[in-house]
Design a protein around this ligand. Structure first.
Ligand SMILES: C[S@@+](CC[C@H](N)C(=O)[O-])C[C@H]1O[C@@H](n2cnc3c(N)ncnc32)[C@H](O)[C@@H]1O
Length: 242
C-alpha cells in the first residue's frame, strides 16, 4: 500500500478519494475522543478503549487531558510489531497506555479488566476500521459486550458500512487492493448489521454522519467517480449511554 504521495503514479487518481476518506475519519474520530475526554460542561471520561487498534497511534499523537488511560485491544502479533517500531523510534505516549493483546473472538472483556479497565467508570470506546469486517453475529456480540461493560455516561464511535463485502467487490476499488496483493473484498463482511438501530434499542443516544457530510464540514472535496462515491458512504455513529 503506498504510504507517500510519490509512491503513486501521477496519472493514478484512484488513491485520492481514499486518502481524503482516511483523513476525514481520522480528524472526526480524533475530535470525538478529545471531546469525550475533555467533557462538555462535566467531568470528562478518563478511560478510553480502542477496539482492534491496529497501528492506531492516537495514544502518542493526541493532546490527552491529564489522567487518561488508553487501552489498545488487538491481536498479540500486531501489538508486538507496533511496540517494536514505537520503541525503536523512542515514542512516548501522552497518556497512560495499556496494550491488551487478545483475540476479539476470545474473552476480551476479561483481558481488558485484567489490564486495569474499570467497568464502573464511564468509558470512551472507539471501533474504527472494524465493523465492516465482522459477520452480523460477531458485530452483535461486540456491541452487547461493550454495552454490558459501559457505565452511564460512556460514549462510543463506530465506523460502519453495511454490506461492504459485495459493494466493494463490485467496485473499481477492488483493483486498488488487488494491486497490493490482497483480496480485500473477501475480508470484508456482507452483513447488513445496523449498529445505529441496535445502540438506540439498548438505550444509547445516537448521532450519525457520513464521510460525504464530513467532507462538507471540513471543507474538503472528494474527486468525482465511483471510488469517491463509495468512500463518501462511510458512516460514523457517535453515541452516549444514558
Ligand atoms: C483495518 S484494521 C483497523 C485498525 C485501526 N483501528 C485503524 O482504523 O487504523 C483492523 C484491525 O483489526 C484487528 N483484528 C482483526 N481480527 C481480530 C481479532 N479476531 N481479534 C483482535 N483484533 C482483530 C487486526 O489485527 C487489525 O489491526
Amino acid at each position: 500500500m503506498p504510504t507517500r504521495a510519490e509512491d503513486v503514479a501521477d496519472d493514478d487518481r484512484r488513491w485520492s478519494p481514499m486518502s481524503a476518506f482516511l483523513g476525514l475519519r481520522s480528524r472526526f474520530l480524533d475530535e470525538y475522543l478529545l471531546d469525550s475526554c475533555n467533557g462538555a460542561g462535566e467531568a470528562g471520561v478518563r478511560q478510553v478503549v480502542v477496539l482492534a487498534a491496529g497501528l492506531d497511534s492516537r495514544a502518542f499523537r493526541l493532546p490527552w487531558p491529564h489522567g487518561v488511560t488508553v487501552h489498545e485491544v488487538d491481536q498479540p502479533r500486531v501489538l508486538e510489531f507496533k511496540d517494536e517500531v514505537l520503541d525503536r523510534s523512542g515514542a512516548e505516549p501522552g497518556c497512560t497506555r495499556r496494550v491488551v493483546p487478545v483475540d476479539l473472538r476470545d474473552d476480551w472483556a476479561g483481558a481488558l479488566v485484567g489490564s486495569g479497565f474499570d467497568p464502573a467508570a464511564p468509558t470512551c470506546w472507539l471501533a474504527e476500521g472494524l465493523m465492516p469486517y465482522l459477520p452480523g453475529d460477531a458485530a452483535e456480540r461486540l456491541l452487547t459486550t461493550v454495552h454490558e461493560l459501559s457505565a452511564h455516561g460512556s460514549t462510543i464511535a463506530v465506523e460502519y458500512m453495511p454490506r461492504m463485502g459485495s459493494i466493494f467487490a463490485d467496485s473499481s476499488a477492488a483493483s486498488l487492493a488487488a494491486g497490493f496483493g490482497i483480496d480485500l473484498a473477501a475480508l470484508l463482511s456482507d452483513a447488513d448489521y445496523d449498529p445505529n438501530a441496535r445502540l438506540a434499542e439498548l438505550g444509547w443516544a445516537v448521532d450519525e454522519v457520513t464521510a460525504a457530510q464530513l467532507a462538507d464540514r471540513y471543507g474538503r472535496t472528494f474527486d468525482d467517480g465511483e471510488i469517491a462515491e463509495l468512500a463518501g458512504n462511510g458512516r460514523y455513529l457517535t453515541a452516549r449511554k444514558r
